[in-house]
Design a protein around this ligand. Structure first.
Ligand code: GLY
Length: 357
């Protein structure tokens, strides 16, 4: 069943409507230690179903997206005598929807769940598309299933207290969706800024809706990521390498910044390999530089970055690194291989575009 996407700032009303539509099942709200404290009281105030729900709190943060936390979550579902008919509401960011979604997909062989994302990043990415799971054995997202929620209720009302970095991270994924979609969608994003105080929250919900629908249309064609869903990896091959490298350098960069810089390098690579237009590349790079700054690297860093890219699970041979690239805005090409030399050339141009000496 295709997930329902609801964009609203009347979250309580919508949740009560959905619960009634689903036959008024018992409800378990999965929240993390932050959202249980900051967001749950707001939802409980507005929703009868939330007020009557059993609350299951899990530890916050990606380090806790593991088998121990999941096991605790399964136990709490047993304690409340949850059945296949019980509805889980995941109230939180991507860690909550990944883990709560996986618990819902597996407990008693499957229950229904609704995602209510509380961060911009989760609203435009993790809450939609049915990727669920946990980290395992030191590696991210190794155990999981594709299982869509019955609905994602997406609003901006919980974003008021989000730190700037959280907004920047979500916005980078929206920029990716704009690049994958068309010049008009991208243009609207480039005409706005994710940086306070220029950031205009009132314009955000329509932009989020447009962005989520880009992802949802892609997922609808290929939920299990055997083909076109790989387009959603745009910016992430280089982005993940920047992120992993920043952790090794003991100066971690947030995911969304890594994606923004990764998008610039991958557009350069798109220009080199597929002729992506240089005016679009320059416009995008200038926007990222203005809003996200630059990730400082020298050519001495290239071998370590390329070594990280070789670890990417998309690669089929160690000699070539697999990318999603763009022929033009709105024209993605998946499974494009690049050599270490081509990547080095792209990193050189990235440094020029980002004014890195
Ligand atoms: N985050 C990319 C995807 O859901 O496929």
């Amino acid at each position: 069943m295709k997930e329902k996407l609801i964009f609203t700032n009347l979250v309580g009303e919508v949740v009560d409507g959905l619960v009634a539509e689903l036959g008024n099942p018992r409800v378990a709200i999965v929240a993390d230690t932050n959202t249980a404290q900051l967001v749950l009281p707001l939802l409980v105030n507005e929703s009868k179903a939330a007020a009557a729900a059993t609350v299951i709190t899990v530890k916050s943060g990606d380090v806790n997206k593991n088998i121990d936390t999941l096991s605790d979550l399964w136990k709490k579902l047993m304690d409340m005598e949850a059945t296949r008919n019980t509805l889980i509401i995941n109230l939180g960011g991507g860690v909550v929807s990944d883990m709560g979604g996986f618990a819902a997909a597996t407990f008693k062989r499957g229950m229904r769940c609704i995602n209510i994302p509380t961060t911009l990043l989760a609203a435009v990415d993790a809450s939609v598309g049915g990727k669920t799971g946990i980290n395992f054995n030191g590696l991210k997202n190794q155990i999981g299933v594709f299982s869509e929620p019955v609905a994602a209720v997406i609003s901006t009302i919980y974003f008021n207290t989000l730190p700037q970095q959280e907004i920047m991270s979500g916005y980078a994924e929206m920029l990716k969706h704009g690049l994958l979609e068309n010049p008009d969608t991208l243009g609207k994003l480039l005409a706005s800024s994710p940086v306070y105080p220029m950031f205009d929250a009132t314009r955000l919900l329509p932009l989020i809706e447009e962005s989520v629908l880009v992802k949802s249309r892609i997922v609808e064609k290929d939920i299990t990521e055997s083909g076109i869903r790989k387009a959603l990896n745009l910016g992430h091959t280089i982005g993940h390498a920047f992120e992993a490298y920043s952790y090794r350098r003991k100066s971690p960069i947030p995911h969304g910044y890594a994606v923004a810089w990764g998008l610039v390098v991958e557009l350069v690579l798109s220009h080199i390999i597929l002729g992506f237009p240089s005016d679009e590349l320059q416009r995008f790079a200038a926007y990222v530089l203005e809003n996200y700054g630059a990730y400082e690297i020298t050519c001495d860093d290239y071998p370590a970055l390329v070594a990280d890219m070789r670890q990417d699970k998309k690669n089929s041979s160690p000699d070539n690194i697999n990318f999603t690239l763009l022929e033009n805005v709105g024209v993605p090409r998946i499974n494009i291989n690049a050599t270490a030399e081509q990547i080095g050339g792209a990193l050189d141009i990235y440094r020029d575009l980002m004014h890195i000496a």
